[in-house]
Ligand binder design. Structure first.
Ligand SMILES: NC(=O)C1=CN([C@@H]2O[C@H](COP(=O)(O)OP(=O)(O)OC[C@H]3O[C@@H](n4cnc5c(N)ncnc54)[C@H](O)[C@@H]3O)[C@@H](O)[C@H]2O)C=CC1
Ligand SMILES: O=C(O)[C@H]1O[C@H](OP(=O)(O)OP(=O)(O)OC[C@H]2O[C@@H](n3ccc(=O)[nH]c3=O)[C@H](O)[C@@H]2O)[C@H](O)[C@@H](O)[C@@H]1O
Length: 420
């Protein structure tokens, strides 16, 4: 029986491995994590993340061929294929701070794999990483390799939160990059065989390692760029009397442009778009490509502009001050069908309004009060570290009331915002 181990039981590792277990009953899949509460939750009735359809998939396979464990070393040493799906946050300190990807967690996972392995392994990059990461990982693994052979593959994940199960069941494509050597091609085939249990062969694309690593950053940059383009247009629409939904509908009807991902918004949020574009910008700068870096920087700048513009419009429409006024915020997560608040536009909007001394009444059925208070007081990028390393919840964020009923949130309000 083929054994798969996935390091990192988060938004990607958990759902992806649950679907592999469901579709491949003859493969034993174990998801491991250093976070005890996260693994405890995966083994309980209250999964650590909300994702439509996930409960059913986990219930069908857990205890049969799907396991969640904190015994990281044991399961890594027994596995044939190891997926690494750990955090790759934006660096907060040192060289490249505020842009470069922090590979601390990836590096420590690789060192642990090298320490505990006793047989040949295929190591799969599932996390989103800078192009050329596989080269560094290879060095770590093969240093003191004890005659063990490692093959590194890049298999970036394209699922979106809120539709993860649907995306995993029916992906537009699965991308696998590997070395162009006989052993590299053999490893690609082994991983392809896993996905071929349910993904049609013409949707499984194989490339070299660097193309696969870069394609993930490129895909996210292109998606985010569409949102910044339509959001930039929304500012012009408001200035001229055009309606951005009508404009985006008309533009999207051109089949060369397409209608998806052209919804104007308060700005994109989520754990990846900003982080991955910053990472891309840093890679361009390191390669001396200043113009290219500046081009992608603009996508982030427009996103920040859109969030500020939204706050400013609220304040100016309320006689230039929201001081002491009660404002309801309906929805705090970064999009619907998720409880994930990482980089949600709601944080910037709420902070902006609190800066002008508004009173906020926040309602989101998928997000805990503790999480909201933590988000409103956390420093930039702190959110993307494993939960047990994040700053503890502060005692209070003043002038914020978190409620469990949308009607209560809006009672006596001067304004109601829908945050996505
Ligand atoms: N969230 C998303 O929708 C997508 C995320 N990605 C990428 O996937 C990667 C993971 O993202 P998420 O699942 O959202 O992150 P996450 O924060 O939900 O999960 C990562 C998990 O890794 C664990 N971890 C960190 N270091 C570890 C170690 N040394 N040993 C064992 N466990 C360790 C953490 O405790 C955490 O539970 C990131 O690189 C992200 O960019 C890619 C596609 C979609
Ligand atoms: O690498 C990742 O993490 C993932 O990032 C995104 O997925 P995700 O961030 O989960 O969610 P999206 O549906 O892409 O939404 C991101 C943000 O853009 C906003 N958005 C989306 C679409 C749109 O038309 N307008 C718009 O403002 C959403 O409200 C949300 O705040 C990509 O869609 C996934 O393909 C990718 O795998």
């Amino acid at each position: 029986m083929v054994k798969i181990c996935c390091i990192g039981a988060g938004y990607v590792g958990g759902p992806t491995m649950a679907v592999i277990a469901l579709k491949c009953p003859k493969i034993e899949v174990t998801v491991v994590d250093i976070s005890v509460p996260r693994i405890t939750a995966w083994n309980s009735d209250q999964l650590p993340i909300y994702e439509p359809g996930l409960d059913e998939v986990v219930k069908q396979c857990r205890g049969k061929n799907l396991f969640f464990s904190t015994d990281v070393e044991k399961h890594v040493s027994e596995a044939d294929i190891i997926f690494v799906s750990v955090n790759t946050p934006t660096k907060t300190q040192g060289l490249g701070a505020g842009k470069a990807a922090d590979l601390t967690y990836w590096e420590s996972a690789a060192r642990m794999i090298a320490d505990v392995s006793k047989s040949d392994k295929i190591v799969v990059e599932k996390s989103t990483v800078p192009v050329k990461t596989a080269e560094a990982i290879e060095k770590i693994l093969t240093h003191n390799s004890k005659e063990i052979k490692y093959q590194i593959l890049s298999n970036p994940e394209f699922l979106a939160e809120g539709t993860a199960i649907q995306d995993l069941f029916n992906p537009d494509r699965v991308l696998i990059g590997g070395r162009e050597t006989p052993d590299g091609q053999k490893a690609i085939k082994a991983l392809k065989d896993v996905y071929a249990h349910w993904v049609p062969e013409d949707r499984i694309i194989t490339t070299n390692l660097w193309s696969a690593e870069l394609s993930k950053l490129a895909a996210n940059a292109f998606l985010a760029q569409r949102i910044s383009s339509v959001n930039a247009m929304s500012a012009l629409c408001e200035a001229t009397g055009a309606d951005v939904t009508q404009v985006s509908h008309a533009v999207g009807k051109d089949s060369r442009i397409g209608s998806r991902f052209l919804n104007a918004s308060v700005g994109f949020g989520g754990s990846c778009f900003q982080k991955d574009i910053l990472n891309l910008i840093y890679i361009c700068e390191c390669n001396g490509l200043t113009e290219v870096a500046n081009y992608w920087k603009q996508v982030i700048k427009v996103n920040d502009y859109q969030k500020n513009r939204f706050v400013n419009r609220i304040v100016s429409s309320m006689f230039n001050t929201v001081s002491g006024k009660k404002i309801a915020v309906l929805g705090f997560a970064f999009k619907k069908d998720t409880g994930d608040t990482r980089e949600t536009a709601a944080i910037d909007v709420c902070k902006g309004l609190l800066g002008d001394k508004a009173r906020l009444s926040i309602y989101d059925p998928q997000v805990t009060e503790d999480q909201i208070r933590r988000d409103l007081s956390m420093n930039k990028f702190d959110w993307d570290h494993p939960i047990h390393l994040q700053p503890a919840s502060p005692s209070a964020v003043k002038r914020v009331n978190v409620v469990w009923d949308a009607y209560q949130a809006t009672k006596g309000c001067s304004w109601g915002l829908h945050s996505y």
